[in-house]
Design a protein. Structure first.
Ligand code: ATP
Ligand code: MG
Length: 320
């Protein structure tokens, strides 16, 4: 049974995609027999492009899954000699909320016509907003599953995978909320700058609201610093974040990802994250360390168990 892991932040550019890609690569190398699915939910399609998924004109994407016009199985494509499956995203997802609104509008108008036909002799029953709301059922109420629009969508494939990793767009609206409403674990990346701490507290508060409403078993895996640079500002911000996580009982990852231009340049080579193409690389090792830390916290399994890592590629001597 797959564990669903997502990386979420409402701020752009904090490294959601970079972490998704490299964590996926590290999982691939560490668990050679695991079945892995990466789900891109960002209209920018950066994860899709990084894995060199070429979208044909009729290729179903996460947009179709959200719209209900394709199942998850129908949208999955396989890369790397069947090593990693990808559920792609493209710019269609930019129009998702508008397109859904159009579908809902037509559904509601059809419903309204049928209602008027049915109640034509007693139309006063329909003349108040409350009266109408009572007659509405869940299927045609656009607000009923707005923030958990993916509910049930992955149920069929959950047994086909060990890890399902979701990359999300920089927002907390329908798309990211819907992922948080079905995931098991969320990682919260931040850049230790002036606004980084605010962004994390806002995100965690939103996660907790969604958890209470839709997904009680969602675990906040921890807060992860990215683009860390050796400056006073970063040290100060990291300190502030550690205090916040401590006070609120959230995990602060000991693993952190340094800022590195060389690393950013090499991030994806030949459609492979650097953790896959060069696991021993100093920068890749940060992700192998993260993977180990996640495992120790039970975040790599649905039921919170610590797994045995068949191919241990983290070399902790690097640290010294
Ligand atoms: N540790 C790092 N060192 C250097 N560059 C980095 C690092 N992490 C991310 N970057 C660079 O910063 C940019 C943003 O990273 P990324 O796309 O992963 O962020 P994101 O949160 O997914 O952004 P978006 O919100 O737009 O989806 C990219 O150009 C990436 O290569
Ligand atoms: Mg991204």
């Amino acid at each position: 049974m797959a564990v669903g892991i997502t990386v979420a932040a409402n701020k752009g550019g904090v490294g959601k995609t970079l972490i998704t890609l490299n964590l996926t690569g590290a999982l691939r190398k560490s668990f050679p027999n695991a079945r892995i699915l990466v789900v891109d939910t960002d209209a920018q399609g950066n994860t899709t492009k990084s894995f060199r998924v070429k979208l044909k004109n009729d290729q179903n994407t996460i947009y179709d899954v959200f719209m209900g016009t394709a199942t998850v199985e129908e949208a999955i494509v396989t890369t790397y000699d069947n090593q990693i499956d990808v559920l792609p995203a493209n710019a269609d997802n930019n129009y998702l909320e508008f397109d859904k609104m159009e579908v809902f509008r037509d559904t509601i108008l059809e419903w309204f016509i049928s209602l008027i036909k049915k109640f034509k002799d007693n139309i006063s029953e329909l003349m108040t907003l409350e009266g109408l709301k009572k007659k509405m059922n869940k299927n045609i109420d656009p607000s009923s599953n707005y923030f958990n629009a993916l509910e049930g969508a992955f149920d069929k494939v959950e047994h086909d995978y060990d890890f399902i990793i979701f990359d999300t767009p920089p927002e907390l609206k329908q798309v990211t909320s819907s992922v948080l409403s079905i995931a098991d674990v969320v990682l919260v990346p931040y850049e230790p700058d002036l606004n980084g701490v605010d962004g994390v507290t806002h995100l965690i508060s939103r996660v907790n609201t969604l958890k209470d409403k839709y997904n009680p078993s969602l675990r906040i895996g921890g807060v992860l610093a990215n683009k860390v640079y050796n400056t006073n500002l970063h040290a100060k911000m990291i300190n502030a974040m550690m205090k916040y996580t401590n006070r609120n009982n959230y995990h602060y990852f000991d693993s952190e990802i340094p800022r590195s231009i060389t690393f950013a340049d090499k991030l994806v080579r030949n459609g492979m994250p650097i953790t896959m193409s060069a696991p021993e690389n100093k920068f890749s090792q940060n992700f192998y360390k993260l993977l180990n830390e996640m495992n120790q916290l039970g975040l790599l399994s649905k039921d919170g168990n610590v797994l045995e890592i068949p191919n241990q590629l983290y070399n902790d001597k690097e640290e010294e």
